[in-house]
Design a binder for this molecule. Structure first.
Ligand code: CA
Length: 228
């Protein structure tokens, strides 16, 4: 598995790179955002947010504009808002410095496994397409289309927003608990702030153009409904 490590701190990059190689990964290391954007992304990108030349968030956004490669953000910034922003920009997961190497490897395995399972859906049949009223979610092409006033338009969702919407749509009208959502959309081993779920729900509501699409059931979770 090929890892693109984007880290300007030489000491961290060297020790992390050596550990990753010892764990069986192939590592390509760059120290700036500009190099990261031009590099081959490989199977997973480990992206330090504090880079000398560019804001890590911009790097994240630029990579995501080009590729669906899983991105794990490495951050020293502990603020929850920053974490949520990192995920909203299309990162798949994050670790906060200092982090344990085993934790990092578990996260790499989790995000790359999910990326593969999305790819593998490949040539399956109509089970890939979920339709909820005017909303169509195609897991095979990873596209979401919403028909409004007789005109269909494609929604630009982040990978996590897509997974969240698809998970809710699999059983539209039923309540999905926060725990179920975190386990299915993120990972059973994901210990991030539960506010992240709310942030993604808010993003989806905005992109769907009507907050009534996703009803919050107080103390339980969320439900996808066709707005009246
Ligand atoms: Ca740094």
């Amino acid at each position: 598995m090929q890892v693109l490590l984007v880290e300007d701190d030489t000491a961290i990059a060297n020790s992390l790179g050596e550990s990753l190689i010892a764990a069986g990964f192939e590592v390509d290391h760059v120290a700036t955002g500009a190099e990261a954007i031009r590099a081959a992304f490989g199977d997973v990108v480990l992206l330090d947010l504090g880079l000398p030349d560019m804001d890590g968030y911009d790097v994240c956004r630029a990579i995501r504009a080009e590729s669906d490669v899983p991105i794990i953000v490495i951050t020293a910034r502990g603020e929850e808002l920053d974490r949520v922003l990192g995920l909203e920009l299309g990162a798949d997961d994050y670790v906060v410095k200092p982090f344990g190497f085993r934790e990092l490897v578990a996260r790499i395995r989790a995000v790359t496994r999910r990326a593969r399972s999305v790819d593998d859906v490949g040539d399956a049949g109509e089970g890939d397409v979920l339709t909820v009223g005017p909303l169509t979610i195609d897991r095979r092409t990873h596209r979401v289309t919403l028909v409004a006033d007789g005109v269909g338009s494609e929604l630009a969702l982040t990978p996590k927003e897509f997974e969240l919407l698809a998970f809710l749509a699999e059983d539209a009208g039923a309540v999905r608990t926060r725990t179920d959502i975190v386990e299915h959309v993120w990972d059973a081993n994901w210990f991030g702030p539960t506010k992240t779920v709310d942030a993604h729900v808010a993003g989806l509501r905005r992109k769907l153009g009507n907050p009534a699409w996703i009803a919050a059931v107080r103390g339980v979770g969320f439900r996808l409904d066709v707005p009246e």
